[in-house]
Write a protein that binds this ligand. Structure first.
Ligand code: TXA
Ligand code: MG
Length: 321
């Protein structure tokens, strides 16, 4: 069986088959508006354990649980007034809320990796929603890539990254947002940014009517996607580059910068939403050239630029895998 044979076009049959596979405890990859998720029945220990094995993911790194609606979210987590405000404003969407876990709920303890909280999200993607509905329960799903590597934004990325590890990949084409969800947790009831992502800080601050604190790096890591090296291509990355050096592939942003050199432009018009949508696919492509070195131009830190720079810094960090 070739690596791409697991990829299925989306129709009512493939959705029904994916739901059956989930019910049987198998892993199914599916598109969301952010990145592709590697899904398993979130209420079944053995199925959730399969996710950790397939990704070679450290057991201390908890998973996001995807749910169909607010009612299900409330069956698994306790929502403070502020959590509810954010859910109402951004769900379905690219926001994950880390809330206290409801005691005795049916979620596997493995999704929380020993914490007394749970990360919840209602995705804004037709296929993801159809799958949640057909399956009829919560789906645990991290990004469908080997741990520490670049997140998948196309079905082919999943098939190539996790060969033989996933039963079925529903092919929803390229992910619209292309960047993982923003993760918000709560400290003494007040929201903190655990991971910048597809919903910008500015949008969240607008809803909160105030500044969003970022968890300091000195805090005990409870969002281990926050480990310093993550989202890494095989190639070495050089950030804030002004001109390419010998042997480097060039990852440009905006109209300025050197012209006619081998590489790609995240957004020739300097649009950060477009750049976010292209980031992982372009890193995959440049990596696949075998160049070994990628130089990236500076990206502004506003809007989705905060998430883009977060991923680039981690991709450039010294590897410890
Ligand atoms: O957009 C996304 O968020 C995608 C799609 C598939 O939904 N999922 C995703 O999952 O990016 P993953 O596993 O690659 O990243 C989830 C992050 C990790 O950094 C994890 O540590 C954090 O969420 N997380 C999960 N549960 C948590 C918890 N209870 N407390 C703190 N962080 C948590
Ligand atoms: Mg991930």
């Amino acid at each position: 069986m070739g690596v791409y044979d697991v990829i299925a076009q989306i129709d009512s049959q493939s959705i029904a088959r994916a739901a059956e596979l989930l019910t049987s405890g198998a892993l199914v990859a599916f598109p969301t508006e952010t990145v592709y998720g590697l899904g398993a029945d979130a209420s079944r220990d053995a199925a959730v354990a399969g996710i950790f094995a397939a990704k070679a993911r450290p057991q201390f790194n908890p998973l996001i649980v995807h749910v169909a609606d607010m009612e299900s979210a409330k069956a698994f987590g306790d929502f403070s007034a502020e959590a509810e405000t954010l859910a109402t404003a951004f769900w379905p969407g690219a926001l994950t809320l880390v809330v206290p876990r409801k005691k005795h709920c049916k979620l596997s303890l493995l999704v929380s990796a020993g914490l007394d909280t749970v990360a919840l999200r209602i995705p804004d993607h037709e296929t993801a929603r159809a799958l949640l509905e057909a399956f009829g329960g919560p789906i645990a799903a991290p990004s469908a890539n080997p741990s520490g590597r670049i997140s998948p934004t196309e079905a082919e990325h999943v098939a190539e990254g996790l060969p033989g590890k996933v039963e079925l990949v529903l092919d929803g084409g390229a992910c619209k947002v292309g960047m993982e969800s923003t993760i918000i947790g709560f400290e003494d009831e007040s929201p903190v940014l655990l991971r910048p992502g597809g919903v910008s800080r500015e949008e969240i601050e607008d809803v909160l009517g105030g500044k969003l604190r970022k968890r300091g790096p000195d805090k005990s890591i409870n969002a281990p996607g926050q480990t310093s090296s993550h989202y890494a291509p095989r190639a070495a990355l050089r950030l804030n580059a002004k001109t390419p050096e010998e042997g480097e592939m060039w990852l440009a942003f905006g109209a300025g910068g050197p012209q006619n050199i081998p590489g790609l432009n995240l957004s020739p018009s300097g649009n950060l939403t477009e750049a976010a949508a292209n980031l992982f696919a372009y890193l995959h492509m440049l990596d696949d050239t075998g160049a070994g070195k990628i130089a990236v131009m500076a990206i502004p830190e506003t809007g989705l630029g905060e998430a883009i720079n977060d991923r680039l810094r981690r991709a450039a960090a010294p590897r410890h895998m």
